[in-house]
Design a binder for this molecule. Structure first.
Ligand code: NAD
Length: 347
């Protein structure tokens, strides 16, 4: 029998590939792999993958991962020999991810984590592929004694609070990835991503950086939810993408924090954004809304030592890129009073 010739390029499946992080991940993967991007556009947008649609190594499938997905039923994937060779890598990012969406899409958020993750695992198992699952710092809850989170901290979460569909959904997804992969003896990575920013982040979803950049550009007072000296961490999206790819290449399984350990006072971030936009605006401190949870800091010793990953892009550089993107997309913003601008959250 003639042996099956392996493709020159491996094939990667990215669920949630039209979202903020997913689209940057697809941009990077397509340089060396065939990429199948699956998304239902519940929070992602086509604009994020517009340029990729011209690339012969990229295919898009509109699909809700809460429903089973049979890649072999898509003739457009024959070019990647999916029927013969399956996929070699599965990146599972599909999940509505915006604080404002927890209120609007609680059931969709839970379904994406439960059914969506199960279907991604089934594809990986069928193909004998490794899965990298995008989890979150939110599984830890609020920081304990201001200690950086290490991967062996179990977390402290409200199962029925305003963020529970996301926080508990993500905890369930981690348990599912761990249990499924262990039972089936397949390799897995759980990447606990911390606060990430950069171009293509949603323009008005209430997260701190988009909120402050919008306010600076619109010359409105900068509102900080929390005390003057509250801190947060911010990791630029290209660093997170590099981390996800390195984690996939790593032989073996594991759970890793993926974020920036550098801590910034919120007031200093607001000042830096004003400096980069070249405006001077009043800064107001407001009581955090109920959805806001205090942000923790990652201990990244494990990923640094075992994978050789650490963030490279300085905040000032990442903010410059983000501000340029926001300036170019101002026409898409709904600047009506009462819009999401009034809240900042942690994801
Ligand atoms: P995003 O909302 O921009 O991207 C998520 C994508 O998944 C969207 O394109 C959305 O349409 C798609 N999606 C959601 N449910 C789906 C479903 N059932 N079927 C198919 N597609 C579906 O969010 P993001 O910021 O790019 O986050 C990507 C992943 O990283 C998420 O799993 C998120 O929980 C995790 N994460 C992100 C951050 C951050 O700061 N952005 C922090 C921690 C963890």
């Amino acid at each position: 029998m003639t042996p099956v010739k392996l493709l020159d390029r491996p094939t990667a499946l990215v669920t949630g590939g039209a979202g903020f992080i997913g689209s940057h991940l697809c941009d990077e993967l397509v340089k060396s792999r065939n990429v199948i991007c699956v998304d239902n556009f519940i929070t992602g947008v086509e604009e994020n993958i517009d340029l990729l649609l011209q690339n012969p190594h990229f295919k898009f499938i509109r699909h809700d991962m809460s429903e089973p997905l049979d890649l072999e039923s898509f003739p457009e994937l024959d070019i990647f020999k999916v029927k013969v060779q399956g996929v070699q890598e599965v990146y599972n990012l599909a999940c509505p991810t915006s604080p404002l969406e927890y209120k609007k899409l609680p059931l969709e958020t839970l379904q994406a984590n439960a059914q969506g993750t199960k279907h991604a695992l089934e594809i990986a198992y069928k193909s004998d592929a490794k899965i990298v699952h995008a989890s979150t710092a939110a599984i830890y809850g609020e920081p304990y004694n201001n200690q950086p989170f290490t991967e062996n901290y179990w977390g402290y979460i409200d199962p029925v609070g305003p963020r529970s569909c996301y926080n508990e959904g993500k905890r369930y997804a981690e348990s599912l990835v761990y249990s499924y992969a262990t039972a089936k003896k397949m390799p897995f990575i759980i990447a606990r991503i911390f606060n990430t920013y950069g171009p293509r982040t949603k323009l008005n979803d209430g997260r701190m950086i988009p909120d402050l950049v919008n306010k600076a550009i619109a010359k409105q007072p900068m509102v900080i939810y929390g005390a003057e000296d509250d801190i947060s961490t911010f990791c630029y999206v290209s660093d997170v993408v590099e981390g996800l790819i390195k984690l996939m290449s790593h032989t073996g399984s594991g759970i890793y924090n993926l974020g920036s350990p550098e801590q910034y006072k919120l007031i200093d971030v607001a000042k830096l954004i004003m400096q980069l936009v070249d405006v001077k605006l009043p800064v107001e401190n407001k009581t955090p809304p109920p959805y806001l949870s205090k942000q923790g800091v990652p201990d990244i010793s494990k990923i640094k030592e075992e994978i050789g990953w650490f963030p490279l892009i300085p905040l000032v550089e990442g903010l410059r890129q983000t501000i340029d993107y926001f300036k170019a997309h101002q026409n898409l913003l709904d600047m009506k009073a009462g819009d999401p601008f009034s809240k900042s959250f942690n994801v």
